[in-house]
Design a binder for this molecule. Structure first.
Ligand code: 4NP
Length: 154
């Protein structure tokens, strides 16, 4: 089982959307038993909460299940339990590297998988209100991420 953890700041907008999108794409390729998805926030404000209604709206619009999405905070032990840790912006990456200490884990930024996309971070829709843009970037990024996982690990 390949384990993928998406990380953002609050774990209610971007990373739970990415968790649901990758889970959906994996199932479309018959890989639901091969890839496990999860998400976490570096912050602790929303622990135990469901995703933001903007994220739920985009998932519903695109026919993607939001089942089981509950916010939690990133833990140091997550670095040992996931094959891929994929974050949304530079600030997430800095927070992760601080938390990582000496632990050996590959940290990716989702937009590094889309080198031709002018935006280099997934903008935070909690502040921009633009959940359509978030979905567009996450959809594109997760397609490339899935190709990468299949070619590297499956
Ligand atoms: P997310 O968005 O990191 O994409 O989940 C945010 C959600 C909540 C907060 C910040 C960002 N907040 O400050 O509460």
């Amino acid at each position: 089982m390949i384990r993928v953890l998406f990380v953002c700041l609050g774990n209610i907008c971007r990373s739970p959307m990415a968790e649901a999108v990758l889970r959906h794409k994996a199932a479309l390729r018959g890989l639901q038993g091969a890839i496990a998805t999860d998400s976490a926030g570096t912050g602790n404000w929303h622990i135990g909460k469901p995703p933001h209604e903007g994220t739920l709206g985009q998932l519903k619009l695109h026919g993607i299940s939001s089942e089981g999405l509950i916010a939690r905070q990133m833990q140091a032990q997550d670095f040992e339990q996931f094959d891929y840790i994929v974050c949304m912006d530079d600030s997430n990456e800095q927070n992760l590297r601080r938390l990582q200490g000496g632990k050996d884990a590959e940290i990716l930024k989702l937009m590094d998988l889309l080198p031709d996309e002018p935006l280099r971070e997934v903008p935070d829709p909690y502040f921009t209100g633009n959940f359509e843009e978030t979905y567009r970037l996450i959809d594109l990024g997760c397609e490339v991420l899935l190709d990468k996982i299949v070619s590297e690990k499956l």
